[in-house]
Design a protein around this ligand. Sequence first.
Ligand code: ZN
Length: 430
Amino acid sequence: MAIYYGGYDLGGKNVRAVIADERGEFICEPCQEEVDKSRGPGGVSCQMVRLMEALAQKEGISLKNIVAYGVTAAGPLELRDPPILEEFGESIKDSTNIVFPDLDRPEYQKYVIEDIVYIPLGKPLKEGLNCELVKVINDVNGAVLGEFWDGVGKGYDDKSNLTIATITLGAGFGGGVCQNGVVLEGHYGNAAEVGHFLSGLSKGVACGCGKLDCAEAYVSGTGIAHNGVYTILTTPDGFDSPVYETAREVAWGKVPDEIDDKEAFLKENPYLVLDYITEEAERTRVLRENDFQSGSYQEARQRALSNLPGEIRDKERFLAEHPGFVLQQVNSEIICAQAKKFDPVALRVIMEAQIALGNVLHQMAKAYNPRYITYYGSVIVHNEDLLKEPAVRIMKRGLNVEAPCFVRSPIADDLGLHGGIRLAMQQYSR
Ligand SMILES: [Zn+2]
């Protein structure tokens, strides 16, 4: 009997599936659908089962011949063994990407435990696919597993000491490490949190994790945008920069005719509140530290609520009086595009991104001594010219171990699926 493996890549937007043969080679084109959010948290695994059934039927394969499955999923994940709830198994927990519109419905309440929404995967997939070997792995760990076997590691016949690290630079900054086919997970499952390695910069810019000066605060998409806003605020003539000008053009198209729900408007545009903090030093501190819980921010928020106009007749005036609304539109695409045109504000932000990335690569080289560090993710893939060579130079500076090759993943688009298939194969061979 021929045996097959099933692989899934479950992202925030799309879910993909593929079937591979006993050597791990895909036997078909992967199929893809948008994640179905209309049937509640329990609907996601149903969709995944249906995708696999359709794929198997198309290929003329019985599901009985698929002996194991691996799922690469964007986290955070709940992988505890035994699971938090027997009927869930491995789950996605508190996802910011997969959000369900009508979560209040009574039949969905069983997925909400202590205000945390769980999307069960392990148990319902085992039942739906009628297979005991189903395992879930986080997206970067899945990616590095795929990279090890099917990406840059593919050509190595002897993989006994082969060590590969992978980073992803998109909205966030994550990483994984794989040696001899084993993903380094750490005692608590949190190894290789490379985005939160120290950047080597000490501006005191807040990271999403709450700490100051992590690499992610300078080189992720979110970090580049945030540091860009801070740089505009603290550079003389920063508001004359083309970065601000471009953001202003975007903002122009977004000014509403009226603001009927001011609370919601401020929630969507937290930087707008900064305009109501009168003291400049405090304004930049709050922004730099993302300290939106502070007394000064809360007071400013009250002032904003009572002073915001209900109706906006003069857009020009609104934008002139609310630079925070313009700053809200600054993103990594604008910064990178302006850096390529040598705008000094954008160049400073990118230089700091290069330093943060270079320092992380340097620390990864020392911590894991990998043969390769590969990368994927929109921020780095679209801006290789800005980030790659400078970061490699910084990585090599004073490095007392062998420098790894820093290259784009040759299978960047399918890393998650390859990771899923390899995870399935690992289980079956155990
Ligand atoms: Zn951090």
